[in-house]
Ligand binder design. Structure first.
Ligand SMILES: *Cc1c(COP(=O)(O)O)cnc(C)c1O
Length: 338
């Protein structure tokens, strides 16, 4: 089976498992796991920041960031398809007592005026706007990305208005291999950054929250309060270290496969609309002659697993467990749908 449901479905490679088996570990709640410490230091300096924190999920890293960047009764501006708004169970309400101001953008990307037009006046009876969250790449928008310049402009806009700015960089490495920018160019623009090891990088578990030393000191306590203090977790951090050393450059292959399939979809009459393919995600709509479920069933019978992303809307995600020769099989499964 070729599994295009998500880039979270990857399994650790043999070499990654060997790195995990060889990991030197300690009790990370006491800050004594050398493998975790090495990963946190590596990622902090990679992004041009002072410190980082290993978290059990991207959701945890994002939610700790929200807690750091806001006070109760405050509001967060983000695109309405953002993971922090749409996919995290409204945890911002439970953990940080905040609300979202989800902006319906055309592209999934915020513009500077999406920020400035939606800052609420500082009066007693309105939530106070205090944070902007952007996602790069934008998952529900089909994996499109913000350029470095666009991120710099949004950061400037947010800060000029006294707002904190968070980057949900779950798939930031898929972006960086496309643009050729370096992660250390990003640090200056954001108060907090999260990134996932368990997406296209292929580690089984783990995300990092990246910020200032003072913020990460606070973040350690928030993580503990959320039940995210783990003990000999160097076993998992070793997978992340391995992924960063060996699986970053190859993300370009995933992006290229997505683009090849995106171009192929253009040739199929039952495909109505394809979102611009810029990284490893392809989101497209099929015509009303079939249901999305019929399409998914056909793909499954032909060895391809995918998922619906709305009515007649389908998402494919490419990752390191999709071999090169799978592309022909995917095309065949797409061609034989009638
Ligand atoms: C996957 C993902 C996350 C984090 O998800 P977890 O499943 O909690 O690790 C955050 N943001 C985006 C955009 C994602 O795709």
């Amino acid at each position: 089976m070729i599994n295009l449901i998500s880039d979270t479905v990857t399994k650790p490679t043999k070499a990654m498992l060997e790195a995990m088996m060889a990991a030197e570990v300690g009790d990370d709640v006491f800050g004594e796991d050398p493998t975790v410490n090495a990963l946190e230091e590596k990622v902090a300096s990679l992004f041009g920041k002072e410190a980082a924190l290993f978290c059990s999920s991207g959701t945890m890293a994002n939610q700790i960031a929200i807690k750091l960047n806001t006070q109760p009764l405050e509001e967060i501006i983000c695109d309405r398809t953002s993971h922090i708004y749409y996919y995290e169970t409204a945890a911002y309400a439970m953990i940080s007592q905040t609300v979202m101001s989800p902006i319906p953008t055309l592209t999934g990307k915020l513009s500077p005026s999406d920020i400035t037009d939606n800052i609420k006046p500082l009066v007693d009876w309105l939530p106070h706007t205090s944070m902007v969250g952007i996602e790069n790449s934008c998952n529900r928008a089909g994996g499109i990305y913000y350029t470095l310049d666009e991120m710099a402009t949004l950061s400037k806009t947010a800060r000029a208005n006294g707002l904190k700015i968070h980057l949900d960089g779950a798939r930031i490495f898929n972006v960086l291999v496309e643009t050729g920018d370096k992660p250390d160019q990003l640090g200056q623009y954001f108060d907090t950054i999260s990134t996932c090891l368990s997406k296209g990088l292929g580690a089984p578990v783990g995300s990092l929250l990246i910020s200032s030393k003072a913020n990460i000191t606070k973040a350690r306590r928030i993580r503990k309060a959320l039940g995210g203090g783990m003990r000999q977790v160097g076993l998992l951090a070793a997978a992340g270290n391995y992924a960063l050393d060996h699986h970053v450059q190859r993300l370009k292959e995933d992006n290229d496969k997505a683009k090849e399939i995106g171009a192929f979809l253009e040739t199929l009459t039952y495909v109505k609309e394809i979102k611009p393919v810029q990284t490893n995600i392809v989101i497209f709509t099929i015509d009303e002659a079939h249901t999305g479920q019929q399409f998914l069933d056909h793909l499954k019978q032909n060895g391809v697993l995918a998922t619906a992303f709305g009515k007649n809307m389908i998402r494919f995600v490419f990752h390191l467990d999709v071999p090169l020769d799978a592309i022909d099989d995917i095309k065949k499964a797409l061609t034989t749908f009638t």
